[in-house]
Design a binder for this molecule. Structure first.
Ligand code: GDD
Length: 387
């Protein structure tokens, strides 16, 4: 694939945030241009084979899940963490049927689990990770589902973990996202790296015609405040962040396991806040090995547009409040930024719960509990002889 070389980066302490790099071509032979990097197909395949994809899902159209599964490159196992209905209309059962059928057809390695399975809560109690629980169950929330997936990915001993939403209408775009993750990891110099997808366009129907919007409503605002926060730290105005709400992102497992996670839809902007707090200019290095290697964030602009299920104004407003809450409550925030956020959302946002890093969690013990007690944890692995 051809990708623009990173032109510049914002460096804050030991955190390096690279400016957006556009994908120029989805495949290519050797070319000798200066401003363009050629990542070989074989390198992409190699990275993909060391990656796992986590799909959080809650009551999505089943055809969309099918499309997502078909689009993920073959060598990359998939972990689906579902929070879908399980009452009279058992959507989770339909998801299991689709996954099982897809595996029978393709032998693609797949894992599926339900977030509200009592055995998942039991596994968290067993490893003494109680922050994610609400009574007898794991709390609702996309971030909570992503964390369950991250633990299983760590158990599978993969080097990279990528996230893909289940409500995407364009399988070809998903296939590109996974390869874009691999492009980013191929460029990364630090073993502590994150790749965030910046969609080229998000098509909408406006006045009965397709309109290719550049910015989502929430991301435009989130990016503005994250950039204001960085500018206030470095004292140099910046617009470096273009991926504050990147639902599609990937991390090296080394970074994923030292990250703290904000709950619900605040997870993605909080990545930036957490990394600025831990690795920014005044961060105490809680993880000295990561601080000495440095942490890198790459932002990659896709070739494909992003077309996903629209979930209404209330949902968008909630995402905005969730996102700004992480900035508002950061220990790095200035009074000036807080004041502007209050003007934006009109009332003080509640502090979101933070889930601590999983680095010291006994993931083997966690999965053992699932294997012994869970009714929903299903593994569809490659069988002997399948290539
Ligand atoms: N396991 C699990 N648990 N999955 C969930 C839950 C939950 O409680 N809630 C939502 N999901 C799944 C959805 O089914 C979908 O696959 C994915 O999480 C994203 O949720 P959506 O509700 O569809 O969010 P969105 O499409 O409006 O926003 C997405 O894009 C934003 C960037 O524009 C999300 O990824 C946001 O986090 C992101 O900021």
């Amino acid at each position: 694939m051809l990708v623009e070389v990173p032109k510049r980066a914002e460096v804050v302490g030991t955190l390096k945030i690279w400016d957006v790099q556009r994908i120029i071509k989805l495949d290519a032979d050797e070319i000798g241009a200066i401003a363009i990097k050629n990542i070989k197909e074989s390198d992409i395949k190699e990275v993909v084979s060391r990656m796992v994809i986590v799909i959080p899902i809650k009551n999505e159209r089943i055809h969309l899940l099918e499309g997502v599964l078909k689009a993920i490159p073959y060598n990359c196992p998939v972990i689906i963490v579902s929070n879908s209905l399980r009452d009279s209309q058992d959507i989770f059962k339909t998801e299991v049927d689709v996954v099982s059928h897809f595996h029978n057809l393709t032998s693609h390695p797949l894992y599926i689990i339900h977030q509200k399975d009592p055995a998942v809560a039991e596994a968290f109690r067993e490893v003494n990770y109680l922050e994610i629980l609400d009574g007898d169950f794991v709390r609702d929330g996309k971030a909570e589902g992503m964390l369950i997936g991250t633990i299983i990915a760590k158990y599978l001993k993969k080097d990279y973990i990528g996230f893909i939403d289940a409500d995407n209408y364009i399988p070809g775009a998903i296939n590109e996202y996974v390869k874009d993750y691999a492009v980013g990891f191929s460029m990364a110099k630090s073993p502590y790296s994150m790749i965030r997808i910046h969609w080229r366009h998000k098509p909408k129907i406006i006045e009965e015609r397709l309109y290719f919007k550049k910015w989502g409503r929430v991301s435009e605002v989130t990016n503005r405040y994250l950039n204001a926060l960085i500018s206030s730290i470095t004292r140099f105005e910046t617009e470096i962040i273009k991926t504050g709400n990147a639902g599609e992102h990937a991390m090296s497992m080394k970074l994923a396991e030292i990250m703290a996670y904000s709950t619900g839809y605040s997870i993605e902007p909080y990545h930036y806040i957490y990394l600025l707090e831990e690795f920014g200019e005044n961060g105490e290095p809680k993880y000295p090995e990561a601080a000495s290697e440095g942490v890198e964030i790459y932002q990659i602009e896709t070739l494909n547009p992003h077309l996903h299920e629209e979930k209404g104004d209330e949902h968008v407003q909630q995402m905005l409040v969730d996102s700004l809450a992480t900035i508002y409550h950061s220990k790095l925030v200035t009074e000036e930024i807080k004041k502007k956020i209050l003007e934006e959302i009109e009332k003080e946002p509640e502090k979101r719960l933070i889930l601590p890093p999983i680095r010291d969690m006994d993931v083997d013990k966690f999965v053992k509990v699932l294997e012994e007690s869970s009714e929903t944890f299903l593994k569809f692995e490659k069988t002997e002889g399948s290539s």
